[in-house]
Design a protein around this ligand. Sequence first.
Ligand code: DX5
Ligand code: ZN
Length: 216
Amino acid sequence: MPIIAPSLLAANFLRLEDECKMLNESEADWFHLDIMDGRFVPNISFGPMIVEFVRTTTKKVCDVHLMILEPGKYAEEFKNAGANQLSVHIEACTHLHRNIEQIKSLGMKAGVAINPHTPVSELSDVLHEIDLVCMMSVNPGFGGQKFIPHTMEKIKQLRKMITERGLNVHIEIDGGVTVKNAPSIIAAGADVLVAGNTVFKSADPKATISRLKSLL
Ligand code: DX5
Ligand code: ZN
């Protein structure tokens, strides 16, 4: 069964407490929180303060996806806000290994996010150091975009690398995940599905989460 990580970016922020309650009552495993700085990506979302509020509503894993430059400057702040896992973008980190060490030394699980143009081979020398690869299946910055088909190939390549080395690293797919394409994403080797619009804009979000959860 896949891990389901609804992205709060698609939630109604006027009703954030209710949206969190809905996720808590659902089969969702993780809360996916998208942080955008208007520099690494062409959009601004929210910061640690919202993570802190969300944290007070849930015991589930808070999976924080940093789409920001200089993530090292903010890692501790997100830890203090209640993040359990922190993913940084490979494209934003000159000293990626240092960022990973920092996240782990703060007591969080470490994730590396890769954009659609970044080959999985670039993960080769850090794969054994991390807990999670957040593979972008859209160009980061906005919810509600269309899944980029070439991601399927990248999932298979990454799954092969992980299996060959006997590692235990999650493959999280982020962007354009739907009830329709989710089965093939899982079949290709992913084990975590992020879903924003598919969950929050559906008529029955809890039922949609159950459908995604019951795949394979
Ligand atoms: C995109 C974010 C995603 C986004 C996914 O930059 O990283 O997590 O919220 O949204 P959907 O599922 O609507 O594509
Ligand atoms: Zn994300």
